[in-house]
Write a protein that binds this ligand. Structure first.
Ligand code: MLT
Length: 357
């Protein structure tokens, strides 16, 4: 299990992200984005509504607006990433921000510089927002305590990945509409998945019925009411737990396959990959038990043939690539909100401009 560096930072502080000229952002009260456990339903709605407008900008033939001119975003990635890092980079660039990407392997981190020093150095260069991915749960919380730049958690160990959860909610909502009462089933390595944890908070806030499914060794402790820790703050919202994938998927509106997080697993959790795939791979046969118009999702990177079959990943119910596109729009919305949302970018857009797609 991952080490907790520090506990959650309560409340928000520093600059107020709202201005009187930013309509529909009144509910927003965050200076950092660390997880969704402290997001209200209204804040989630604010992000998703704004993401719609950002999606419209992203789909223009020339996807550029100056809403974040003069705003500097630094990507600080201590773990590998393809889509999250590129997504933040593009989100910032579409809105006219300056974006800088640093990876631990090519920065002074290699010379022993601490996370706190690196973050403070970036702030000294006037970074406004610092996006952090780190193998240690809690690392972005620690950073947030030592800088007044906005910290965005882009994945901390097995703990949280709030921007992925928001893009998941946004993508589901675009297809399904109101998510209250919808059956959302996550299948795979729930225990080590930061995506699953943040999704649980987001889905609980919007009233979805959540089912998590995996072999008992890959289901986290703390999910069952009986084994919740006394300090409820670190407990996860209530969900249905299922170890049989066929039963879990039956009647699902949304099925999300999750990768085996082998980089975070101790050995001996699975008898064999072959056996795991046999029992938990999301296949066409299993999806035949879901609702006829179900959606298939995956946060990526996916290992086809293990947690998901290649055929369904590319099949007609799959919205996996759309998740990636929507990720840019949601991150645009988040950067915009953190910047104080001075000019609403949609307003500057000529309505007649051709859509790119
Ligand atoms: C993550 O960074 O957690 C990814 O989006 C999901 C994964 O790595 O499987």
């Amino acid at each position: 299990m991952t080490t907790e560096i520090t506990s959650r930072v309560a409340g928000s502080r520093r600059h107020n992200a709202r201005t009187s000229e930013s309509p529909r952002t009144d509910a927003w009260n965050h200076t950092d984005i660390l997880d969704l456990d402290d997001f209200t339903r209204e804040e989630i709605d604010t992000v998703l509504e704004l993401a719609d407008r950002m999606r419209e900008i992203l789909d223009r033939r020339i996807a550029r607006v100056p809403a974040l001119r003069g705003f500097t975003v630094v990507n600080l990635f201590y773990e590998p990433s393809t889509r999250t890092r590129a997504s933040f980079e593009l989100a910032g660039k579409v809105l006219g921000a300056d974006v800088l990407s640093l990876s631990a392997s090519t920065s002074s981190v290699q010379k022993g510089e601490s996370l706190i020093d690196t973050v403070r150095t970036m702030r000294a260069m006037r970074a406004d927002a610092i996006v952090i991915r780190h193998a240690m749960a809690g690392a972005p919380y620690l950073a947030a305590k030592h800088t007044d730049a906005s910290i965005i958690n882009a994945g901390d160990g097995a703990h949280a990945h709030p921007t992925q959860a928001l893009l998941d909610l946004y993508t589901m909502r675009r297809h399904v509409g109101e998510l209250a009462g919808k059956r959302v089933v996550m299948v795979g390595d729930i225990a080590h998945s930061r995506v699953a944890r943040s999704d649980l908070w987001g889905l609980a806030a919007v009233g979805a019925e959540v089912v998590v499914c995996g072999p008992p060794t890959l289901l986290p402790r703390g999910l069952r009411a009986g084994d919740r820790p006394a300090h409820a703050e670190s407990a996860l919202p209530p969900v249905t737990i299922e170890t049989d994938a066929d039963r879990a998927i039956a009647g699902a509106d949304v099925v999300m396959a999750l990768r085996l997080q082998s980089e975070r697993q101790e050995g001996g959790l699975l008898p064999s990959l072959h056996e795991y795939a046999q029992h938990y791979q999301v296949t066409a046969e299993r999806l035949a038990r879901a609702q006829p118009n179900h959606l298939l999702m995956h946060p990526g990177p996916k290992n086809e043939g293990i947690e998901i079959s290649g055929a369904v990943a590319k099949g007609s119910h799959s919205i996996i690539e759309e998740q990636v596109t929507n990720g840019v729009a949601v991150r645009m919305a988040l950067l915009y909100l953190l910047s104080g949302g001075k000019e609403l970018p949609g307003e500057a857009a000529p309505a007649r401009e051709e859509a790119r797609r």
